[in-house]
Write a protein that binds this ligand. Sequence first.
Ligand code: FA5
Length: 344
Amino acid sequence: MPDHDAEHIISELHAASLASLEQATTLDALEAVRVEALGRKGKLAEVSKSFGKLAPEERARVGKLLNTVKQDLEMRLEKRQDALASVARDARLESEWIDLTAPAPGVRPGSLHPITQVQRELEDLFVSLGFAIMDGPEVETEHYNFDALNIPADHPARDAQDTFWLKDGRLLRTHTSPVQLRALEKFGPPLKMIAPGRVFRNEEVDASHEHTFYQLEGMMVDRDVSVAHLLYFMKTLLSAIFHRDVTVRLRPGFFPFVEPGFELDIQCLICGGKGCPVCKHSGWVELLPCGLVNPAVLRHGGVDPEQWSGFAFGLGLTRLAMMRYGVDDIRLFAGGDLRFLRQF
Ligand code: FA5
């Protein structure tokens, strides 16, 4: 092989290798270029094999050229490798970037219990109507829970509200009505108040009955309070909670602490009135017993019934939450099952 041929081939290999080097966009592709040009079985190695046939002075010249080309290629490969490595590093950093200030994943915000949600909505509503929010003890005396509400020891109404007694004669309150008396004694008329809270009954648990549940008591005592006032507030309450028309029925109801007394029932929203375990197959759910405060109760509270009159109601808050959210078993509320609670 004549030396100028050898020089020509080397120059061409040089140019071709530089072109492939420029085109290589990944470290792998660059490595392939290196192996092809400079590897043990690469193109330059192949050319140098044919040196044996050259005259010694030509061999020296071509050998020098070959070394220069090798060095040049090595230098450029290294540069290109650095550049590609830094691009690859940037891309990796970009893809692995995390925002250390972002809230930790996996912690989901909690939510209020559905009964608390309904209770708070009602509190907001009644506060906007000028009612005060009051509280009473869950461990009550027989006097406030029964006697002062016109339910003496031998009255059959006590059977409907069987409860848990403490050894000292006190009891777990069966309803929120004792707060009526406590409020009258403490503040006197005129008075507008609600008293949400937990109540207890010693009774068989089923789809719509718990031994521990929530009620919301309400009372307004003023001059000439009538059934018309009572109905206005009951309607306002129901439309605020359900945001839609619900079918209700009003029927006479007996409670010793009201006169006249009513039961305000709501058509069952679980079955649409067709009948189900929640409404005991009647199509109606007892929700809102109410009436005009019995003069005997006003007297017990130190209020003159000749001067003042009032209405009172005892909303079944847990049942209301059932109707509002379409919960078909009351036991779910206290069951602590997060799959249930997370829906609210
Ligand atoms: C009372 O407790 C009266 N204190 C209500 C009242 C207040 C009447 C003021 C007049 C004036 P009753 O026992 O019906 O009434 O209970 C009231 C509501 O509590 C019922 O309508 C029902 O919605 C709910 N309730 C009663 N028992 C249970 C129970 N075991 N589980 C869940 N909710 C119940």
